[in-house]
Write a protein that binds this ligand. Structure first.
Ligand code: HOZ
Length: 428
């Protein structure tokens, strides 16, 4: 594959951007080689500077359920742009967006828009602490909730990929109120709650852990968290940056039938633009300024262009519940075929799949915990990744990220991806 133009600009990039990138996983450090520099996307496809075409299974890390440059979203953005880029003043689009989220997400009365998932989580944690008068937070090893100080403890995603789940630069003070439990292990949560009685403000969880690969919650895990939070008087926060509007129109709460107290959203509600939000029931959300004592603000919050893009996508998803059936079917089919290929070539492979999310781990299964994810053969993943890229299949350059299957993927795309995977596995 010719990546000459990407190589040239990556060399320039490394002189002016740390690692040549603005977000670490993109630097390809976990897999080696040069990241293709992307120039254009349409539907399920992206193209790089050298003219290579890829079927994209990253989709901007989740939000592009309808694909790249989806015409109604592009038109909504074009219209919004003509009206002005930013006002730092209320606009009707923010109200439309909040009404749409309230209508789709169970248990949500009020929404506060922010600019990223990181900001949403950081703000939701502050709200949880303000509302309960408690300081401590329980998170799960390998779950990723953005890069705020308190959440860079035993973190997944890029932090895990880079081997730095506890970031330098986080003070002991900022980290000391973050307690770490094990995903899919209720006793580990109960033990922390018991040992820190009356001190835990919230348990925050990705309802599907999707930043250490993809780990669906075990039966009873999410209802068990709900029960424990009620028992110990703390809040349950679902970080739906990845699962929101992807598993179901109402996200993981709807998919699993478990009600959280607060939910956080990220890029998924921007349709490709930078957005985030946190939301919950009225009496909790009324603790936020200007109604209550928990302060949080932002000039770009509710930005009209981002609202236009996000709203266009959410309305389409709301009106097309069949899309969710379609994504699940395609992802299930892909998981099944990957398992078959692995079996054919005698390769130890475990594929976890739920909704339009999946992850092949290069190990015997099951993969149900953080510890299980660490058994995956990363050299095999690396070789697989490059075989796929060579064959025009664009995957996340890390074992610890999800494969995103979207509405935009055609049956031909799925067939092409599976043919490539079969060839890759034959070569491994
Ligand atoms: N590590 C993030 C995904 N879980 C974002 C990666 C990126 O945008 O480069």
């Amino acid at each position: 594959m010719n990546l000459r133009a990407s190589e040239a600009i990556f060399a320039r990039a490394q002189r002016v951007l740390p690692g040549g990138v603005n977000s670490p996983v993109r630097a390809f450090r976990a897999v080696g080689g040069t990241p293709p520099f992307i120039v254009r996307g349409k539907g399920s496809r992206i193209w790089d500077l050298d003219g290579n075409e890829y079927i994209d299974f990253v989709g901007s890390w989740g939000p592009l359920i309808l694909g790249h440059s989806y015409p109604p979203i592009v038109e909504a953005v074009q219209k919004a742009v003509q009206d002005g880029l930013s006002f730092g003043a209320p606009t009707a689009r923010e109200v439309d967006m909040a009404e749409c989220i309230v209508s789709m997400v169970p248990g949500v009365d009020l929404v506060r828009m922010v600019n990223s998932g990181t900001e949403a989580v950081m703000s939701a944690l502050r709200l949880a602490r303000g509302a309960t008068g408690r300081d401590k937070i329980i998170k799960f090893e390998g779950c990723y909730h953005g890069h705020s100080d308190a959440m860079l403890v035993a973190a997944g995603s890029g932090a895990l990929t880079q081997g730095e789940p506890n970031s330098a630069g986080v003070t002991k003070g900022a980290a000391s109120d973050t307690l770490t439990a094990q995903f899919n292990d209720l006793p580990s949560v109960a033990a922390l709650l018991e040992a820190n009685k009356g001190q835990v403000a919230a348990v925050i969880v990705e309802p599907v852990a999707a930043n250490m690969g993809v780990i669906p919650p075990a039966d009873g895990f999410l209802p068990g968290l709900r029960r424990l939070c009620d028992q110990y008087g703390c809040l349950l926060i679902f970080d739906e940056v990845i699962t929101g509007f992807r598993l179901a129109p109402g996200g993981a709460q709807q998919y699993f039938g478990v009600q959280a107290d607060l939910v956080t959203f990220g890029k998924i509600i921007g349709g490709g633009m930078p957005v985030g939000a946190y939301a919950g029931r009225r009496e909790l959300m009324e603790q936020i300024a200007p109604l209550g004592p928990v302060y949080q603000a932002g000039t770009l919050s509710g930005n009209p262009v981002a609202m236009a893009a996000g709203l266009a996508q959410l309305e389409i998803l709301r009106d097309n519940p069949g899309y969710y059936v379609e994504m699940e079917r395609k992802a299930q089919g892909m998981a099944h075929e990957l398992r078959e290929s692995a079996q054919k070539y005698g390769l130890p492979l475990t594929v976890n799949q739920i909704g339009g999310l999946l992850c092949p781990y290069f190990t015997e299964g099951p993969v149900r915990t953080f510890a299980d994810t660490q058994k995956s053969d990363l050299d095999r993943f690396k070789a697989y990744f490059h075989h796929m890229l060579e064959r025009g299949i664009y995957l996340a350059p890390s074992q610890f990220e999800a494969v995103f299957v979207n509405v935009s993927h055609t049956e031909d795309d799925m067939v092409a991806a599976l043919a490539a995977a079969g060839q890759a596995m034959a070569a491994l």
